[in-house]
Design a binder for this molecule. Structure first.
Ligand code: ZN
Length: 283
């Protein structure tokens, strides 16, 4: 496995890491000037921009877009809402294409509030992904299904392991059109005893589209907004990257840290320089 020392061009910053404090055009320059090779912006900041201008700025700054965050949740309490969710995702796929994003990150949604039908939610998910697949193919941006830690199964994602995400890929897109794969985020997958086996399967099937890093703090205070900086927690980051790259992933390593009470309160330049140092020393 190649060391990341001096290889920041192989690394990307998810803008959530910086706490969404500055406007996106400012953030693009901050990330590029710090030497990173990629950026992963969020829809709420992109949709308030003039997208062609933004895309040009990102390109001229020399940044790749490692992912466009993220899908509207798919499972819904009724058909009208389900339809609206699908249409929303189709529009976002077009925006992802305008940004030349490497993938559209799919955080797929949980159990519709007020129901107990997790199986039904998973069926809606398969139906929705199947409908979005030809759109992804036509705009040329693959969808990256991101399995989330099972603690989020109720309200964020009924897709919870790499092997479950792979099963969905194989169900909806059995011949691998190149338009459907997975995003592996260490925060969600580090605990999985099948991580190494399922990562190898996903890589051999050419389905790994993104790799996200941060850390799980030993005494985490909040499973959503208290992610740790790489090296501050319990995740076996080196072995996980080794597995992902051994399986054939050659894309960028994206830092994604939601940290309301720590990293989001620090200076952006400090956060970026510590990200760089930890990518080089512990990832
Ligand atoms: Zn992620």
């Amino acid at each position: 496995m190649e060391s990341l020392v001096g290889k920041l061009h192989r690394c990307s910053i998810n803008t959530a890491t910086l706490g969404h404090r500055d406007p996106l055009p400012v953030v693009v320059d901050q990330i590029a000037q710090a030497g990173f090779g990629g950026i992963a912006p969020w829809r709420r900041e992109v949709e308030e921009s003039h997208i062609p201008t933004l895309a040009r700025q990102i390109r001229e700054a020399g940044l790749k877009v490692t992912g466009y965050c993220r899908s509207t949740y798919i499972p819904a309490i009724n058909r009208a809402t389900f339809r609206a969710n699908i249409e929303d995702n189709k529009k976002a796929l077009h925006d992802a294409a305008s940004l030349n994003a490497a993938c559209f990150v799919m955080v797929v949604g949980g159990v519709p509030e007020g129901t107990t039908d997790i199986n039904g939610a998973r069926e809606q998910l398969a139906e929705g992904i199947a409908e979005l697949l030809p759109v992804a193919r036509s705009v040329g941006v693959p969808m990256a299904l991101e399995p989330l830690h099972p603690v989020y199964a109720a309200n964020r994602s009924v897709l919870n392991t790499i092997s479950q995400a792979m099963a969905l890929c194989n169900l909806v897109d059995p011949s691998n059109s190149g338009s459907l794969g997975i995003a592996i985020d260490v925060y969600h997958c580090w605990w999985d005893p099948d991580f190494f086996k399922s990562t190898m399967c996903a890589g051999q099937a050419n389905r790994i589209l993104a790799y996200h890093v941060c850390d799980w703090l030993y005494g985490t205070q909040d499973v959503l907004l208290d992610r740790g900086m790489m090296g501050d927690g319990v995740i076996d980051l080196r072995n996980m990257r080794h597995a992902v790259e051994d399986a054939g992933y050659t894309g960028l390593i994206e830092v994604e840290i939601f940290s309301k009470n720590n990293w989001w309160k620090r200076d952006v330049s400090e956060v970026l320089s510590i990200c760089a140092e930890r990518l080089e020393s512990v990832c």
